[in-house]
Design a protein around this ligand. Structure first.
Ligand code: FES
Ligand code: FES
Length: 170
């Protein structure tokens, strides 16, 4: 067992964890945070994507919770879907996905929400030209699998979000 402290949605959490405990098991079993979804479990579908900052002020990067040991995130900052919006106050990304009817069964949704939230955050510090929007969307969510095939709706929602975000397109 190794003692780790991980900042989960802004709150430091300290636990003794086995070296091979996957982050998703740490979130679901130890902390009761079941919003991060397990699908393939082998790092392919990206349903389990969470956002990780190495230091609090850094830009978040996607991490696959199913295949990342929790011990590797000691001292780092993890945002899960529970840290994005709330049932009474959805984030802009969640609202846009709802508006476009992108969610069907919703199992892939937390991963898409986190990946899109990180894309918009990157565009805040590094705007892109109009002609690179499709490639940016592909880069952010192109590897995410939606078994209900909601890709076109997700992509249109993200395109709209990019256009709505002041300064995202230069
Ligand atoms: S459940 Fe993690 S990548 Fe599929
Ligand atoms: S909405 Fe069902 S897997 Fe994407």
């Amino acid at each position: 067992m190794t003692a780790v402290t991980i900042y989960i949605n802004g709150t430091p959490v300290t636990r003794d964890v086995p070296a091979d405990l996957a982050l998703i098991d740490f979130l679901q079993e130890d902390l009761g945070l079941t919003g991060t979804k397990l699908c393939c479990g082998i790092g392919v579908c990206r349903a389990c994507t969470v956002a990780v900052r190495r230091v609090e002020s850094s830009v978040a990067v996607p991490v696959l919770a199913c295949s990342t040991p929790a011990v590797l995130l000691d001292g780092e900052y993890v945002t899960t879907i529970e840290g994005v919006g709330s049932p009474s106050g959805l984030s802009k990304v969640q609202e846009s996905f709802l508006h476009h009817f992108a969610f069907q069964c919703g199992y892939c949704a937390p991963g898409f929400v986190l990946a899109t939230t990180m894309l918009l955050e990157r565009l805040r510090v590094a705007p892109i030209p109009e002609q690179e929007i499709d490639a940016a969307i592909e880069g952010a969510v192109g590897a995410h699998i939606c078994r209900c095939s909601g890709y076109a709706r997700y992509h249109q929602a993200i395109r709209d979000l990019i256009h709505e975000q002041a300064g995202a397109v230069r």
